[in-house]
Structure formats: structure tokens, C-alpha cells
Design a protein around this ligand. Structure first.
Ligand code: G1P
Length: 277
């Protein structure tokens, strides 16, 4: 199995119903935390992990995602030589560094199905997955960079996990496993959104994954699970049962920007940390 991760998949076809009406005609991934869309934070994190191939699974009404990661010559012309030009420096660097590919998911059949849709873009190699509405910040080393380093050592699928309070755990995929070293578990059970009171642990899966490409074969044969959707959690459990899946309690802060309180918290945090000063 290759030791380097060169591509990152961004499932971004969802409707973002928790943020209606803002997301009626705007992709939820374009919602800004201060002055930067959520997906750009994810792309920054991938680049910081040494990844250059950004594979985005889009859907209807998501054109602005493509436009955001493309040159806007009219704007470049207008802004050239003005004091505002420096506001485009970061996005220009992204466009110069990363290579973006897009594929449309025509049916919403769950996260596992979205990831399987990305197979055409990823090919037969290990890859990262970022769910952009989980905003992860760690100033020393980004969460994906931490996971890529672990992948180089262990060469198997890895999910990011975080401890969450008992009354929240039913909103997540949950793992159980044996701790093999500090903050690292070998997964032996995994449940997508367990019924209250039945979770196998308090370790919730957060939207960062490293997946080995055999996951695509499993997903192709995966029966619908929770909510009638093809769940990546169910496919990963199969991978864990026949090989190895690790769960990593990452260093850093994570904001659930798919919820209004998490979005506000992330906004205040990023404003204080990166903008105000
Ligand atoms: C998805 C996954 C879930 C995971 C969560 C992290 O759920 O299915 O296992 O815990 O992302 O954000 P969603 O939030 O899309 O319902």
C-alpha cells in the first residue's frame, strides 16, 4: 500500500437543511467563518498535510464551489494594484498549489454513497476525506497532517475521534476498541448514530478520515444502514473485522459548523485568533 496520501475527497453534495434559508441557493460549504468559506479551511488543512489533489463531490446548485477555486479574471482586473489585492493572496496560492476535480452525485444516498461517487476521482490509492462542516483547528499541526503521519506508520484506514458527552453521542458514528498507544485505538466495533443509551463508548467519529482504496469494493456491496443510507461507518466496520481500522483522538479543537451554536463558536474563535489582531 502506498505510504503517501495525495488526494483528499470532500463530500459536498448535501442540502444543508440545518441552515435554511441561508443554504437555499448557496452551498453550505460556502458559508463563511469570518471571511473564508468553510470548504477553504478544509482545503488549507489538506494542503498543510502535503495533499494537492482536491476531489470534490458536488450536486445540484453547487456551482459556486467550482467558481471559488478558479480564477476570476474580472475581479483580478478590478482589484489589481489596489489595497484590497492582498485579500486574494491566500486563495490565489491555493489555486496555484492544488488541483481540483469535481464529480456530481445525482442521488443523495448517504455519506458512504458520496465517498463511493468519488472513486472516479480518487482511483486506486489511499486518500483522505474531509467533511467541511467539521472545522478542525490546531495551530501546531493540522488534524489531517497528524493523521497522514499515522498512516505512514500503520498503512490502514484511520478515523478521527473525539470524546463527546453522553447526551450528544447519538448524533455521531461511535467506535469501540482497544487502546494501542496514547490516543490511538484499534477499532473492533462501530455504530452509526446509536439509539440513546446504547453507544459502545463516548468516542464519536469526527469528519476526518484516511481510507485505503479497498473501501470502495466494500461500499459497492454495502446495504443501506441507519436512515436507509449507505453509511461509511458500516463499511469501515467490515474493514475493521477483516483487517485493521484505527481511531485517533486528535490534537486540536473541532467545531460542529453544521449546527448554529457550533458555527457561532467557530466564528468567534476564528475572529479572535486569526482576524482581530
Ligand atoms: C457523518 C457520519 C458520522 C460522523 C459525522 C461527523 O454524519 O455519518 O459517522 O460522526 O458525520 O460529523 P452526519 O453529521 O453527516 O449526519
Amino acid at each position: 500500500m502506498k505510504s503517501t496520501i495525495k488526494k483528499c475527497l470532500f463530500p459536498a453534495a448535501g442540502y444543508g437543511t440545518r441552515f435554511l434559508p441561508a443554504t437555499k441557493s448557496m452551498p453550505k460549504e460556502m458559508m463563511p467563518i469570518v471571511n473564508k468559506p468553510l470548504i477553504e479551511y478544509g482545503v488549507d488543512e489538506a494542503i498543510a498535510a502535503g495533499i494537492e489533489g482536491m476531489c470534490i463531490v458536488t450536486g445540484r446548485g453547487k456551482h459556486s464551489l467550482m467558481d471559488h477555486f478558479d480564477m476570476n479574471y474580472e475581479l483580478e482586473h478590478q482589484i489589481k494594484g489596489t489595497s484590497k489585492e492582498n485579500m486574494l493572496v491566500d486563495i490565489r496560492n491555493i489555486i496555484d498549489t492544488a488541483k481540483f476535480t469535481f464529480i456530481r452525485q445525482s442521488e443523495m444516498k448517504g455519506l458512504g454513497h458520496a465517498i463511493l461517487t468519488g472513486k472516479e476521482l480518487v482511483g486506486d490509492e489511499p486518500f483522505a476525506v474531509v467533511l467541511a462542516d467539521d472545522l478542525c483547528i490546531n495551530e501546531e499541526q493540522g488534524v489531517l497532517a497528524q493523521m497522514v503521519a499515522l498512516y505512514k506508520q500503520f498503512r490502514c484506514s484511520i478515523v478521527a475521534v473525539e470524546e463527546v458527552p453522553a447526551d450528544e453521542i447519538h448524533k455521531y458514528g461511535v467506535i469501540a476498541g482497544e487502546m494501542i498507544k496514547d490516543d490511538l485505538y484499534r477499532v473492533d466495533d462501530m455504530v452509526e448514530k446509536p439509539e440513546p443509551g446504547t453507544a459502545p463508548s463516548n468516542l464519536a467519529i469526527i469528519g476526518r478520515y484516511i481510507l485505503t482504496p479497498d473501501i470502495f469494493d466494500i461500499l459497492e456491496n454495502q446495504e443501506p444502514g441507519k436512515g436507509g443510507e449507505i453509511q461509511i461507518t458500516d463499511a469501515l466496520l467490515k474493514q475493521a473485522q477483516s483487517g485493521c481500522v484505527l481511531a485517533y483522538k486528535f490534537k486540536g479543537r473541532r467545531f460542529d459548523c453544521g449546527s448554529v451554536p457550533g458555527f457561532i463558536e467557530a466564528t468567534n474563535y476564528c475572529y479572535d485568533k486569526f482576524y482581530k489582531g
